[in-house]
Design a protein around this ligand. Structure first.
Ligand code: SF4
Length: 698
């Protein structure tokens, strides 16, 4: 466009005039106040934004529930619901209201109870890994559809039994999953029952001892495992009921046998295979385990966490340790790593992994050398005065010393009535003797002469020295009390040697030993991690020794404990007045089911058709411990009562059993390809679900 000079000046002048007018008008508008504020201090700050946060906590309803993943704490907590969705969960602070049938109540002290995992539980429930229905492996379904042909390398490859991870998972209906599984159970039970089943297993290379354990029943090749089942007697232990119940019924159907010959499957254990059980406990206190309610920590004045990050791993119980501190207790932590429990402790003792036994034996030597042991307790409550023959290292048995010696009659006392020991068992356990300083000779004592019973006996047993005893056969042997033997044994555990073994600082070894000898009551709580050490029996016994020597057993705030929550099994103990306890749920006789909903627990007939099995055998190439030794030939180290059976069908609930097992590659590549059906009940997608043939969402 062409503009003349005159036209350009006209346009420019008009534009400038318009901008000038607009500027004036806008300036006046901007000067107007937007809002009238009378008293700014009354109006500001504006807090309406807080409503967003208040609104987040609004809920329509709430309910309490028992959080029970695999961590054993089973906290009862409260969930808050909005628009039908759980928005958050919180501690409920109501333990003081809990009451049992006998009127025993919890206390306020048990509050609070929960952990950060519990706070996020609902996110897992709604999360992307949540299983929402049954899944079936494509290859396994095809195998079933093709008539479940017997396994050969070709068949295993064709249906991906040797590459389950690489297969697709199909979404199927519950009816389809149940129908396929029921058929598979009948097929597999048939396949491995009777003489033809034994022949198949023999050809597959299983040893005769394992075949004998089948008792002719294919159902015996079924393995069931409820993970940490004591945490959920109905939800998790339910498959144990199926194992003994449906298993036995299936066996009568397949083999046409009566109930008297029916067999259930094998019940895979939890406690020992997980390694949670402290193997030393049966050695030094005679029970499977020594778990306390952790509220007992409030009574401790010296509390040691050994191999245990108590704060992070016993989350809802950690406040008991804090209360121990508040009440003036001293806290020590013995762990290789400086962990959150360690930095709350009075002192942390670093230790070389697996060398713990030397530490405690070194501390025991300090206790003996510096006279910090409780001699009266050792005499009356422990085996320290018992005499051991130095020639055989066996207890001095009164039957070898006293003519026609008879054990006392225990039929009406604790050993007979409560522990139900027969006279034959008492004789088999053998007797023992102590050196009575009053008589200056060996005298017999018995299993019930403990504590004040022992003090009343008038016996003054020697703890030290070597004594000579004449046996009935005329021989003279030297004997010494166990306490004396420890004095000899502990000579090997001087401070320098112990430091060399465990690398703990010398001053801290001495400090811990002296604290153990002088501060009472003292307790040691060890983690389940150290229970996995192959020589934990020795480590745990050495730790307990320090408590035994100092009389820190059997009193509030004392003792040597682990805590994996299995004491809850005691809640289901059977009694004459209540019935068969746990067995009512897990082992009701399937041939005599009680259908009356009002029946008393005592009326439930219990007969367990399943039989226990250690999972470790499956995890050991699915074989018993049978070794061809170069010198002695074939040796069977697995006892008859523990003998496993071949694994052909597996059903687990609430446990990632493959993840728990050792030698993952071996299990996936060599062991499980011989398993014809794997079934899982799980909340989320796990490596087990990905490896299994059928999975149920729970
Ligand atoms: S400790 Fe945590 S995860 Fe375990 S039961 Fe309690 S809230 Fe649930």
């Amino acid at each position: 466009m062409f503009l003349s000079r005159r036209q350009f000046l006209k346009v420019s002048a008009g534009t400038v005039a318009a901008v000038a007018l607009a500027d004036k008008a806008l300036a006046l508008t901007a000067l107007q106040p937007v809002i009238e504020v009378g008293n700014p201090l009354g109006e500001y700050p504006d807090r309406s934004w807080e409503r967003v946060y208040h609104d987040q906590y609004r809920y329509d309803s709430s309910f309490t529930w028992c959080c029970s993943p695999n961590d054993t704490h089973a906290c009862r907590i409260r969930a808050f619901v909005r628009n039908g969705v759980v928005m958050r969960v919180e501690q409920n602070y109501d333990h003081q209201t809990y009451e049992d049938l006998y009127g025993n109540r919890g206390t306020f002290a048990h509050n609070p109870r929960m952990c950060l995992k519990g706070y996020t539980m609902h996110r897992r429930v709604y999360g992307p890994y949540r299983l929402k229905g049954p899944l079936m492996r494509r290859g396994w379904k095809q195998w079933m559809d093709d008539g479940s042909p017997e396994f050969t390398p070709t068949i295993q490859t064709k249906y991906k039994f040797n590459a389950r991870y690489l297969d697709d998972m199909l979404r199927v209906s519950w009816d389809t999953a149940f129908t396929y599984l029921a058929k598979a159970m009948i097929i597999i039970a048939n396949r491995y029952s009777g003489e033809s089943g034994a022949r198949r297993l023999r050809e597959q290379g299983y040893p005769p001892e394992m075949l004998e354990m089948m008792k002719g029943s294919g159902v015996r090749a079924f393995k069931f495992r409820a993970g940490m089942p004591v945490l959920g007697i109905i939800g998790k232990m339910g498959i144990t009921r199926m194992n003994g119940g449906c298993g036995a019924l299936l066996d009568t159907y397949v083999r046409k046998v009566g109930p008297e010959h029916a067999q259930g499957g094998r019940y895979w254990n939890n406690y020992t295979w997980h390694g949670d059980q402290d193997p030393s406990q049966p050695w030094w206190n005679g029970t499977q385990n020594c778990d306390v309610d952790l509220s007992d920590m409030r009574f401790s004045k010296f509390n040691t966490s050994w191999g245990k990050n108590f704060v992070e791993n016993k989350m809802p119980e950690a406040h008991w340790k804090l209360e121990c501190i508040e009440r003036g207790g001293r806290i020590a932590v013995i762990t290789p790593e400086y962990n959150p429990t360690a930095y709350r402790a009075d002192y942390w003792i670093p230790i070389r992994p697996e060398s713990d036994g030397s530490f405690f034996l070194g501390a025991s030597k300090i206790l003996l050398d510096e006279g910090m042991y409780d001699a009266d307790f050792c005499r009356a409550n422990t085996d320290m005065p018992l005499l051991v023959r130095t020639d055989t290292l066996q207890y001095l048995d009164p039957r070898d010393v006293i003519k026609d010696y008879q054990f006392p009659d225990f039929t009406k006392s604790y050993s007979g009535k409560v522990q139900t020991l027969s006279p034959a068992e008492i004789a088999r356990l053998g007797g023992c003797m102590v050196w009575d300083l009053n008589k200056n000779q060996a005298v017999p004592i018995h299993r019930e002469l403990v504590g004040w019973h022992f003090k009343k006996s008038g016996i003054d047993p020697a703890l030290t020295g070597t004594h000579r005893v004449r046996l009935l056969n005329g021989r003279e042997v030297d004997v010494m009390p166990i306490f004396q033997m420890y004095q000899v044994h502990l000579q090997d555990y001087d401070l320098d040697t112990v430091h060399q073994i465990c690398r703990s600082p010398k001053d801290l070894i001495v400090r811990w030993g002296r604290d153990m000898g002088t501060v009472k009551p003292a307790a040691i709580h060890n983690g389940e991690g150290v229970c996995h050490y192959f020589h934990m029996t020795q480590n745990g016994r050495a730790a307990a020794l320090t408590l035994i020597l100092t009389g820190n057993i059997g009193k509030f705030g004392s003792g040597c404990h682990t805590w994996s929550g299995n004491y809850k099994a005691g809640t289901w103990a059977s009694t004459p007045w209540a019935g068969a306890g746990l067995g009512v749920h897990t082992g009701e006789d399937p041939f005599h089911i009680t259908t009356d909903p009002n029946a008393h627990g005592k009326e439930i007939k219990v007969k367990s058709y399943y039989y226990g099995e250690e999972v470790g055998y499956w995890n050991h190439g699915d074989t018993a411990l049978i070794v061809n030794t170069p010198k002695y030939g074939r040796r069977v180290f697995t006892g008859k009562t523990h003998m496993p059976t071949p694994s052909k069908f597996r059903w687990v609930a609430n446990v990632n059993v493959l993840n728990n097992s050792k030698h993952h590659y071996d299990m996936v590549k060599n062991v499980d390809p011989h398993n014809e059906c794997l079934v899982h009940q799980e909340v989320e997608m796990t490596s087990d679900v990905n490896h299994f043939d059928v999975s149920f969402a729970v």
